[in-house]
Design a protein around this ligand. Structure first.
Ligand SMILES: CC(C)(COP(=O)(O)OP(=O)(O)OC[C@H]1O[C@@H](n2cnc3c(N)ncnc32)[C@H](O)[C@@H]1OP(=O)(O)O)[C@@H](O)C(=O)NCCC(=O)NCCS
Length: 186
């Protein structure tokens, strides 16, 4: 994936057009809105609806994009953010070889290949940057996300049982990782 500021044109599996480009600090508000909408679904993300303020999340995203060591990809259609992938890279000496991946696609744009494309783009970036590991956590019942990660070569590292509280429920977290230096398909 070769990315320019204005975005690379793509066609989704259902024929709709979208673009992908690197994030800009000014994307903070649009991405915070996207996260809030996905959070409202109440199923996929660790944080619960209303638990994160949109302005503070927008600020955090803008700062992350401003810092050059991380990756932010923005998927757009008709000028609207419809997807986002972030890889944040730790600054600590012991963990600066690891990027932590998070991804969100707007509900009406799922299952048409966008998430897989963003993950593939992130893998190319991680390899180029010389990272040794991309890690993430996912709820065990998020079968679609797990399918995407496994199709892209991520492996399961383990399960943290009852890691997150969600209302009265305690949810497990599956830990997954991809190792750029060991990957044949990147
Ligand atoms: C998870 C997510 C990022 C995937 O992105 P996407 O654009 O919907 O995924 P894609 O269209 O690229 O691929 C979906 C794949 O999952 C498969 N799939 C869909 N539902 C599935 C299910 N219930 N079980 C197994 N596989 C499933 C599809 O068949 C497809 O595989 P294919 O490419 O071999 O046909 C996106 O759905 C999303 O943002 N979900 C809500 C937020 C979220 O869960 N984020 C991740 C938190 S860890």
């Amino acid at each position: 994936m070769i990315l320019t500021g204005s975005g690379e044109a793509k066609t989704a599996r259902d024929g709709r057009r979208w673009t992908v480009r690197p994030g800009r600090p000014t994307d903070g508000r649009a991405l915070a809105r996207l996260f809030a909408k996905v959070r409202e679904e109440g199923r996929w993300l660790i944080t619960t609806p209303g638990s994160v303020s949109e302005p503070s999340e927008a600020f955090w995203i803008s700062e992350l994009i401003r810092a050059s060591e991380h990756l932010a990809l923005v998927a757009e259609a008709d000028g609207e953010a419809i997807g986002n992938l972030l890889i944040s890279v730790d600054r600590g000496r012991a963990t600066e070889h690891i990027g932590v991946l998070s991804i969100c696609i707007a509900a009406e744009w799922r299952d048409v290949g966008i998430g897989s494309e963003l993950v593939a783009g992130a893998q190319a970036w991680a390899h180029e940057k010389g990272l040794r590991k991309i890690s993430l956590g996912v709820f065990p019942d998020n079968e679609r996300a797990i399918a995407v990660y496994e199709h892209r070569g991520f492996v399961r590292e383990g399960v943290r049982r009852q890691q997150y509280r969600s209302g009265d429920e305690y949810r497990d977290e599956v830990l997954m990782a991809w190792f750029p230096m060991e990957a044949e398909d990147r």
